[in-house]
Design a protein around this ligand. Sequence first.
Ligand code: SF4
Ligand code: SF4
Length: 378
Amino acid sequence: MSGNRQIGEQYRLMKRSGLDDLIKVLRVLDYRVIGPTESNGVIEFAELGDASELPWGLRDEQKPGSYSVSKGGDRAFEFSNGPTSLKRYFHPTERHLWTVDASGGQLQFEEARVQVPKYAFLGIRPCDLASLDILDQVFLNGVETNRYYESCRQNSLYVAVNCSSAGDLCFCASMETGPTARSGFDISLTELRSSDAYRVLIEIETDRGRSIVNQIDTSEAHENDLSLAREQSDGVARSMGRTLHTWGLRERLQENADDPAWADVAERCLTCGNCTMVCPTCFCTTVEDRASSHDQKYERWNTWDSCFSLDFTFVSGGALRQSSKSRYRQWLTHKLSTWVDQFGVSGCVGCGRCIAWCPVGIDITEEAARIGEPQARA
Ligand code: SF4
Ligand code: SF4
């Protein structure tokens, strides 16, 4: 939290009813408000009609290979992270690219016309916000610009929520992506933990954020509110459930492709690809052609894929990565090492999703620590 601007210009306080006002204002502005809600036993992103749909008083408990939601607390944002991230909105699971119509005797190509929604994302964790910076490197600053992603990013509004407790699988502090959002948002919210009534500290980062906050009922924030928010953030960073030691990691992974630890993790890995599906930054896709023989129209679709899939590297003569060892090694080495060579940043934001949603509980922080470190395996 910056102390450069005047507190009154940058910070406000709101009560619980302010969250209702905020959603109402966003909906009046024609945003589809996407935020966390409880559904089928998980807290996941979905479209919200009002603030009562937020997961008030719910916590998640996450362990390697395990996730559950329970009652506890009285706040809206007590949980860490659900299985869905913002990736599915900016980079949908499947996207129609074009159609070819062969019915008239000649091939007519037509680009798919896709309506890009106007989203307001409410309750984005700092690690998920950081994942968008990483996806920007892939989809905006790479070889080719992904037009859907670009339009969706430009149309969207971002309301971050700073973490007020740390999950057992979180390690955003090691990745320097949390627990407090630094940039990339219009407004950020911090639920203040104090004996007083429910209060949320609002930080305003952009002009459009300011114009929205001006339309809701808020009160003045003071230096002690900012101090409390800073103390909370420091406490969360200290109590983070996991740490990923990143010093020298890029080189260590690239220099130890034959480490026996790869074979050991491959014994446990099912190559199911769950980790890549829940990861907010994994972006690999394939293309599918869908034919409808009765009207001679053929469609090309872009769909999510995974480096754990055997077909992912299929070329003439077979798949390049036949063994589960080679596929796990590819995923981890790309994520934490060659991603830095490719995009200038790590591919991991420390959200912990891949650990919770791995059916056999493989922990990326433990596996990364074992490669090239014989003493870590002892
Ligand atoms: S690799 Fe795991 S911890 Fe890192 S961003 Fe992806 S899901 Fe989160
Ligand atoms: S690490 Fe876990 S989630 Fe990922 S492919 Fe292997 S078994 Fe599946």
